[in-house]
Ligand binder design. Structure first.
Ligand SMILES: *Cc1c(COP(=O)(O)O)cnc(C)c1O
Length: 218
């Protein structure tokens, strides 16, 4: 662990959840954050997720934060606390089917695609999100929506990052008013390079990897 960086993040994120993004990190590196009290960890690949969840303590709240292939759903469901990257109905249908088989309610965040300049295609466009939520509510009783996940744009422009996170927060608040805080209580945004900006715009959960595991300053 990088104590200096960790303390700095915790200082900023006083009432905010921290998801320690542990992709590509060793069991020992992850354990070092577990040992100082962190319990929320995030992985973005199913194979790695499965190996790590089986080796690390069972009270970890595992977040799936990457593109999830439908053929991996069945395997990861028993171990996952929240799928943060739900962005399409075919995936939701598979989650629903497999969750029903094991009688487990699966927490999800709806992933938004905000930064139109980025080629990364994951996430729903803002104008698709209401229909998407209605469909999940009608067709997927084993899926429990908890909120929104979004990524900031890949840019050096602090202004642009502010703009995008502000837009995400507006959508989040609108959905909260429309669907209730039972379904919208988590706003997952903010990574190593933009977490401070995300906090200014209402993030309730940071997802940080690099800065927690590497000495390099931002
Ligand atoms: C890797 C990753 C992060 C963490 O990014 P860092 O820049 O390493 O802090 C957060 N969210 C998602 C979806 C990721 O894939």
């Amino acid at each position: 662990m990088i104590e200096k960086h960790y303390k700095q993040i915790k200082e900023y994120a006083k009432n905010i959840d921290l998801c320690v993004v542990s992709k590509k990190r060793s069991i020992q590196e992850i354990q070092s954050y577990y040992d100082i009290g962190e319990r929320i960890f995030g992985e973005n690949r199913a194979d790695e997720f499965l190996i790590k969840t089986k080796q690390l303590p069972t009270d970890i709240s595992w977040q799936f934060i990457g593109h999830l292939q439908r053929n991996k759903v069945k395997e990861i469901l028993p171990y996952v606390s929240c799928i943060q990257s739900l962005d399409n109905i075919p995936l939701a249908r598979v989650i629903e089917k497999e969750a029903a088989k094991i009688s487990k309610k699966i927490n999800v965040l709806v992933e938004l695609h905000m930064a139109m300049e980025d080629t990364n295609k994951s996430g729903l466009n803002p104008d698709e999100v209401d229909d998407f939520i209605n469909t999940i509510m009608q067709e997927c009783p084993h899926i429990q929506i908890q909120g929104i996940m979004a990524m900031g744009p890949h840019t050096d422009s602090t202004e642009r990052i502010h703009e995008v996170f502000q837009q995400v927060n507006q959508i989040y608040q609108r959905l909260q008013n429309k669907f209730g805080t039972q379904m919208f209580h988590t706003l997952s945004m903010g990574m190593s390079h933009d977490y401070q900006i995300a906090i200014e715009h209402g993030s309730t959960m940071l997802r940080i990897g690099t800065y927690l595991f590497e000495e390099t300053e931002l």
